[in-house]
Design a protein around this ligand. Structure first.
Ligand code: ATP
Length: 234
């Protein structure tokens, strides 16, 4: 579904990603592992059209999408659930969710999509008329994920969905990610909780200083000495 070939990208004169090549197949769950500052967020933002590659190419569903804008990528079916949730605090949960369905194909089916999405998030349904800013951090993260799904994405990207949440809430976020994965969704996920994520993922890439240094099946990465020492603390 998605292929990056030798992508370079960064901010201004600073190159963060160097020759990043990766692929995500339809129905696959793929994770990118790396230390703080390795370039994981930059990789997701580049795929989402928010950072422009300076070299290399990005293909989505067989078409060259290199250099398309964020809106164009949403139109193609790529949705990023950003780190830090970024809800509209003064708007209700329902209004926030409907903001996720702004692309035309999604807007036409928003009622039906809302029902499908709320079936995955019963606690969000109970809070539809509450202001998003009044929710707990965990509830806000659920709304952010639900909003991403309102776009009916073909590729769903998560950036650190459990960041800043208490352990019990982290478990709830992973339950939701697990439920989404079971619907057959195609997922690319960056997550500090490497152990949990490798349990959910099919494959993973290890990103260090903006370069992919290792890729393997998730189960093999769980057994890999370097991964265990550097990212699992074993
Ligand atoms: P973290 O887990 O800390 O979020 P990350 O692997 O996601 O790390 P990125 O957020 O992609 O890393 O950051 C990679 C590098 O790019 C860092 O050195 C960061 O300071 C730099 N960077 C990120 N965003 C910008 C920006 N908007 N302008 C300039 N530099 C940036």
């Amino acid at each position: 579904m998605l292929t990056l070939e030798r992508v370079h990208a960064g901010y201004g004169a600073t190159t963060i990603l160097h020759e990043v090549s990766l692929a995500v197949g339809t129905g696959e769950v793929v994770t990118i592992i790396g230390a703080n500052g390795a370039g994981k967020t930059t990789t997701l933002r580049t795929i989402a059209g928010l950072v422009r590659p300076t070299a290399g190419s990005i293909t989505f569903e067989g078409q060259d999408v290199t250099g398309l804008t964020g809106h164009q990528m949403v139109d193609r079916g790529v949705t990023l659930i950003p780190e830090g949730r970024q809800l509209f605090p003064e708007m209700t949960v329902r209004e926030n969710l409907l903001m996720g369905a702004y692309r035309r194909a999604a807007r036409e089916r928003q009622g039906e999509t809302l029902d499908e999405v709320l079936a995955l998030f019963p606690r969000v349904r109970e809070r539809l008329d509450q202001n998003a800013g009044s929710l707990s951090g965990g509830e806000q993260q659920m709304v952010a994920i639900a909003r991403g799904m309102m776009a009916r994405p073909k590729l769903l990207m998560f950036d650190e969905p459990s960041l800043g949440l208490a352990p019990i809430v982290v478990a709830q976020v992973f339950e939701v990610v697990d439920r989404i994965v079971k619907t057959g969704a195609t997922v690319l996920i960056v997550e500090q909780n490497v152990f949990h994520t490798l349990k959910v993922a099919d494959r993973g890439y290890v990103l260090e200083n903006g370069e992919i240094v290792l890729t393997d099946a998730a189960a093999a990465l769980l057994d890999n000495d370097h991964v265990r020492r550097a990212y699992l603390g074993i």
